[in-house]
Design a protein. Sequence first.
Length: 571
Amino acid sequence: MRPTDDLAIIWITERASLRRLMSRPIRFVISVSLVILIVTTLPYVYGELSSPPDKKFMGFMHNVPDHGQYLSWFRGFQHSLLVDNHLTPEPNAPIFFNLLWWTLARVARFTGLGYAILYQILRWVAGSLFLGIIWFFLSLFLEHKFQRAIAFLLVAVASGLGWVLVILKYTLLQGKLIFPLDVYIAESNTLFCIMAYPHFTLAAALIVLVFALLIVGARKGQLRYAILAGLVALILGWQHAYDLLVIWSVPIGYTTLLALRNRRIPTYWLRSILIVGLISFWPALYSVYITQASPIWKEVLAQFENAGVFTPDPFHLLILMGLPLVSTLLTFDGLVPLAEQDEGQLFIKSWFLIGFLLNYVPTDFQIHMLNGWQVPVSVLATVGLFQRVVPAIAESVSKTARPGPRGRLAWWIALGFLVLTLPTNLYLVSWRFVELGRADYPYYLYRDELAALDWLETHTSVNDVVLSSRAVGQYIPGLSGNRPFLAHWAQTLDFYDKREQVQRFFDAEVDDAERLQTLQTFGVDYVLYGPAERTLGQYSPGDSSLFSVAFSNPQVTIYRMNTEEVSKGGE
């Protein structure tokens, strides 16, 4: 994909300092990657070092309920190939598998490393892998190294226009952030994913790698690259089956356009699609099976809408993705005439257009289709910048400008554009320090709560049900191994009903008969009562004959159900 006017590049590529930088692209990629990884590690270091004496930082930056789910899987996979849904009190069969968390669990068994360390290793490995693959992918489309560097930096660090909403929050709106999802959706934000969602980063890396392998195979005319792409897609499917929609749809769309352009069937791409599909469709088949055959997992899938997170409408999508998407839309030159589109242009444009449609696929997980879409957006934004914006500005400044001045202008326009994409990510990183500075739920637990969970792990069965606040309950499966009554917005069946029941359980105005019904219906064995539970109401289980103390420390008491009292109805 080449600009028609390279005048703005001539001066830049001739500069000695830049030429030295671009002559060592590996050093450039490694340097950028290290900066990003170090910056995104600092909040974790701060969280650990700033923990008050009575609390412990739990090692997560954002969306703790989902990380509690992964922690549960991590624990389960250390002992079994398949795990059950352990974030709900209802018993269910172990039929779930996820390759990423199984692999981390196997590494833990082999090395003895804990989840916190392995999670940081995952962040660094996934971030490095993604950024390295991105540079290779961009080299297939962008000949000029300066363009490639700008596109690479846009993929790596660009964020949206959410900083405008942040300014409004602290000026006109008195501390209220309107449209928070326009700031906090992570899938299309590489830096945010590297910081808080490394599994998204790894998935995006595999998506890009599949496409890169297919493109290299097409240029060499060798189907072995399609086989490799299929194997990578298979690995991806066992981690994120829904990402297979992207893996399959983009090549199909591109092949269709290629056939229309050439007026003949592109046999390599047709065969490659069949190879990738045949190798990688098994995880999709498995996902369909467990969500249809198992009532538990069918209900989990149905509750995905509880998250209330969907792809923003096109206007808010512009805010979320910011200047790269705005630039892409303003400089996009379409697909016609097809005969004038080279294969590189056609593939990137296919990914951009089909990705946009996938972002609104009518499913509860449509938001995940944004993962990796920043790649074609950044490529098209870079090409539009150098092909249209720089020449237009240069012509408006001076009709007779020499290449040097135009090149100098291109340099400043490109860097200025990049700088303007940074503020939202600067806010996201800095805000982690503010939130962690509060040393509060859900990022911290009291050490007395952790001691209580240790007691549960040692003295109770993994199938014992523990009722607690959600703040603590989301950690129970991963830390003590028990079944929580309330833990996760999707994995806990009838989530909103159980949340209401927990609220009523600790309401002093509710009588023991209602509590007893809840306890008996779900087979609750223990009640954890600590600081988080006290905030839910004035009721203390110690005031009822239904319970006896099983464990106690200064802040937390674990109550055991009194079987005889329960059988008598608590009388």
